[in-house]
Design a protein around this ligand. Structure first.
Ligand code: ZN
Length: 157
């Protein structure tokens, strides 16, 4: 299992770096997420640490723009259509904006918000797996988000 996980991590990070000039990942509180029983199965703290470390050195090697979003950046709560921010429960898989009416997949919405961080240069750098799993890749920027769906996509994580 360790070899499979290591192999998967290397292939995934290599594909990301080869395929995209810009990569955005979230600096998530993985420790806190692992404490959550609902998320614990899907996330291994070590795997995510390795994932990020590999992206960092491979991006450096290949001259890619790796952006790591501040963990307090509200990627999920922000409407990618109008910029409104609202609370979103973990169980809400569809983002519905009460202001502009935008209705879209929760992770796709977050991925769009994160992809915009690459253009603006604030104190961010991030990466989200769900977006990749569902093919939600915005432009040339790959966005990887740690979330509950990852366990379904990559059981060995
Ligand atoms: Zn909106």
């Amino acid at each position: 299992m360790t070899n499979l996980r290591t192999d998967l991590l290397h292939k995934t990070t290599t594909d990301l770096v080869r395929g995209y000039q810009g990569i955005v990942i979230e600096d998530l509180n993985v420790k806190g997420m692992v404490k959550n029983h609902h998320l614990a199965r899907a996330i291994s703290r070590q795997s995510w640490a390795d994932f990020r470390r590999q992206l960092e050195y491979k991006s450096e090697m290949h001259g890619r723009d790796l952006v790591v979003a501040n963990r307090f950046y509200p990627s999920t709560k922000t409407c990618s259509g109008c910029g409104a921010v609202k609370p979103v429960a973990l169980s809400e898989r569809v983002y519905k904006c009460p202001i502009c009416g935008l209705t879209t997949d929760r992770d796709f919405n977050a991925a769009i918000n994160l992809s915009r961080l690459r253009a603006g240069s604030s104190d961010v750098k991030p990466v989200e797996m769900e977006a990749l799993a569902s093919g939600c890749i915005a432009g040339e920027t790959a966005v990887c988000e740690v979330g509950t769906e990852l366990g379904q996509f990559c059981p060995s994580f």
